[in-house]
Design a protein around this ligand. Structure first.
Ligand code: FAS
Ligand code: PHB
Length: 390
C-alpha cells in the first residue's frame, strides 16, 4: 500500500488530521489498533476551546457539535464557602468554549471519514514505523494473521501516551519532562440533570471536585481520589455522598444523583516529549504531551498540533514549501508548554496536596482571593481557558 501520509492512531488527533488532509486532496491512511466501538466507548474530554471548535467546522464535522454542544461563557470556582464566577466572555474579549463530549466528537469524525471513504484501518496490530530518518519511511502492521506495509512520505504519531510512535524515537534523541501528581480523579457519568448550567470547580479541604455535563440530561462529575484507590472501592452512594461533601450546601442540596453509567479513576500527570519530530515522524496529541484535566487542556492541546501539521502538509504538497514542517516541533511545543503551565497552575490551585504545609494551603486561598480581586488575573485565566491563539 502507498499513501503520502500514514497516521498511527484513530483517536481525535489522528482522525481530525486525516479528515483535514483528505479535504485538501492529500491522501492518507489511519492505522488504529482498537475497534471503532472500543475507541467510541471511551469517556474523556468535555470542553472544546474556540480553536478546536473552529477546526471541527473547517473539517466539515461541526454540524452536530453546533447543534447539540453548549456554548459556555463562564464557569464557577467554589472555595472558602463562596462561589465565584469566571466570566470568560468578558475577560477573554468575547470568546467562549463549547461543552461537547470527546466521545461524540470522535463519532462525528468517524462519520465524516466514512462520508469521504477515508481509509481507517481498525484492529491493526503490531503497528511499527520504519526508516524514519530516510526519505522513504514505511509502516508495517498485522491484521488477520497477515503482515501489511504502508509506504509513505510522512508518519504521524497520533497514538496517544501509550502508543508506539514516541518510543520509536531513539532514547539519545528524546527528552521527556514529567510530573506525576499524588492523586487521581474519580469520574462518574450519570443520566441526570446537571446540578449547574455552568461548570463548578470546587477547592475543598476534603479534596477537589468538579461538576460538569455533556447535555441537559447527562452529567459528568469528578472528585479527587487517592492514587491507591480502585474504582471498585467506590460505590455510587459513596461517590455521591463525597461529592456533596465537597460542594457548597446550596449546590449539594439540589444535586440529583443516579446510577453511574460510567465510573473510572484516571491518574494525573504532566508530560512533554521533545522534540515532536524525528526525521519523517511527527508526534501529535497525547503521543507527545499529557496534562492533568483540571484546565481542560488535554484534547485542546492536540488541536494546535493538528492545525500546524495540517497547514505544514498543505504547504509541502501544494507549494513545495517545507517551512511549516521544519518549524513544527518548535512551534507546537511553544503552545504545548503554555497549556502545561496553565494546567499545572489550575491543578496546584484547586487540589488538596497531602504533603502541603499549612503555609501552602494559605497560599492557595490567597491565590484565589487575588484572582477574584484582579481583572488582570481573571483576564489571564480566561484567555488560557478559552484557548490561546494557534
Ligand atoms: P488518544 O489516546 O485519544 O488516541 C490515540 C489512539 O491511538 C487510540 O485510539 C489508541 O487506541 C491508538 N493507539 C495506541 N497505540 C497504538 C498503536 N501502537 N497502533 C495503532 N494505534 C494505537 N482531556 C480533557 O481536555 N478533559 C478531560 O476531562 C480529559 N479526561 C481524560 C480522561 C482519561 C482517562 C484520559 C486517558 C484522557 C483524558 N483527557 C482529557 C485527555 C484526552 O482527551 C486526550 O487529550 C485525547 O484523547 C487526545 O487525543 P489523541 O491525541 O487522539 O490520543
Ligand atoms: C469534563 O467535562 O470531562 C471536564 C470538563 C472540564 C475539565 C475536565 C473535564 O477541566
Amino acid at each position: 500500500m502507498k499513501a503520502p501520509v500514514c497516521i498511527i492512531g484513530g483517536g481525535p488527533s489522528g482522525l481530525l488530521l486525516s479528515q483535514l488532509l483528505d479535504i485538501e486532496g492529500i491522501d492518507n491512511i489511519v492505522l488504529e489498533k482498537q475497534s471503532r466501538e472500543y475507541v467510541l466507548g471511551r469517556i474523556r474530554a468535555g470542553v472544546l476551546e474556540h480553536g478546536f471548535a473552529q477546526l471541527m467546522r473547517e473539517a466539515r464535522c461541526g454540524e452536530r457539535m453546533d447543534r447539540e454542544g453548549e456554548i459556555h461563557e463562564g464557569f464557577f470556582i467554589a472555595h472558602d464557602g463562596v462561589m465565584d464566577r469566571v466570566d470568560l466572555h468578558k475577560y477573554s474579549g468575547g470568546s467562549s468554549v463549547v461543552v461537547y463530549g470527546q466521545t461524540e466528537l470522535t463519532r462525528d469524525l468517524y462519520e465524516a471519514r466514512d462520508r469521504m471513504n477515508g481509509k481507517v484501518i481498525h484492529n491493526a496490530e503490531d503497528v511499527a514505523p520504519h526508516d524514519l530518518k530516510s526519505d522513504r519511511p514505511y509502516v508495517t502492521y498485522r491484521q488477520g494473521g497477515q503482515i501489511f506495509r504502508v509506504d509513505c512520505d510522512y508518519v504521524i504519531g497520533a497514538d496517544g501516551f501509550h502508543g508506539v510512535s514516541r518510543k520509536s524515537i531513539p532514547r539519545e534523541v528524546l527528552q521527556e519532562f514529567e510530573r506525576v501528581y499524588p492523586f487521581g480523579w474519580l469520574g462518574v457519568l450519570s443520566r441526570t440533570k446537571p446540578v449547574s448550567p455552568e461548570l463548578i470547580y470546587s477547592r475543598h479541604e476534603r479534596g477537589f471536585a468538579l461538576c460538569s455535563l455533556r447535555s441537559q440530561t447527562l452529567s459528568r462529575y469528578y472528585i479527587q481520589a487517592p492514587l491507591e484507590d480502585k474504582v471498585e472501592d467506590w460505590s455510587d452512594d459513596a461517590f455521591w455522598t463525597e461529592l456533596r461533601n465537597r460542594l457548597p450546601t446550596d449546590v449539594a442540596n439540589k444535586l440529583i444523583s443516579g446510577p453511574s453509567i460510567e465510573k473510572s479513576i484516571a491518574p494525573l500527570r504532566s508530560f512533554v516529549a521533545e522534540p515532536m519530530r524525528h526525521g519523517r515522524l511527527f508526534l501529535a496529541g497525547d503521543a507527545a504531551h499529557i496534562v492533568p484535566p483540571t484546565g481542560a487542556r488535554g484534547l485542546n492541546s492536540a488541536a494546535s498540533d493538528i492545525y500546524y501539521l495540517y497547514h505544514a502538509m498543505v504547504d509541502h504538497y501544494k507549494k513545495g514549501n517545507d517551512t511549516g514542517l521544519d518549524a513544527y516541533s518548535q512551534r507546537a511545543l511553544a503552545r504545548v508548554w503554555k497549556a502545561q503551565r496553565f494546567s499545572w497552575w489550575m491543578t496546584t490551585l484547586l487540589h488538596r496536596f497531602p504533603t502541603n504545609l499549612p503555609y501552602e494551603d494559605r497560599l492557595q486561598q490567597t491565590e484565589l482571593q487575588y484572582l477574584f480581586s484582579s481583572e488582570k488575573a481573571l483576564g489571564s485565566l480566561a484567555e488560557n481557558y478559552v484557548g490561546l491563539p494557534f
